[in-house]
Write a protein that binds this ligand. Sequence first.
Ligand code: SF4
Length: 215
Amino acid sequence: MAERHRAAGEVPTLLLHSCCGPCSTSVMERLTEFFKVTVFYYNPNIYPEEEYAHRVAEQERLISLFPQVHPISFLAGEYDPQEFYEIAREYENLPEGGERCFRCYELRLRKTAQMAAAGGFDYFTTTLTVSPLKNAQKLNEIGEKVAEEIGGTAWLLSDFKKKNGYLRSCELSREFGMYRQDYCGCVYSLRRDHVGLNHHRTESSEDVPAVKTDS
Ligand code: SF4
């Protein structure tokens, strides 16, 4: 598809939902050759607010330094954690990779589709498929579904971890000295990682402050 546009001398616009700077590295590298990319940072799932601010700052810093074939712009979404807690209610205790995550994907992709349609973008997609911990098939299903429901923009089918996309994101993150978080983002993933269930941290879950999750 991208090659077809290039052969026709076209440079379509693409709204790229980004979960974080490190995941966006190899995705931007791949897409800037074919698209005018706008990175959309919409992640109300992230806890706590200081972590959110740090990830946004890293994303903006990366874009300002990043080599660009076609220009890459930045668009910040709103940060309202209640939007996340509403969709996560009753799914709080599920492990990472389950239904809570599918709902979290949909929250972010639906908003991206709405922004893409309102802004007249040809395509939208997400950096999330670059991570081996994310379900690319589910992300593509949700992307197609919200594109059809909202209309006015098209989902760019992708699995950015393929062709060494994940390894390349690690290389580029080192090259740009990026902050790499050690938990997915929400308070539930932070708690699980702190008790050593998912990643590398070993501190007690009691170190993580309680958070009120009902609206
Ligand atoms: S673990 Fe990650 S994808 Fe799953 S709900 Fe939390 S922030 Fe969203």
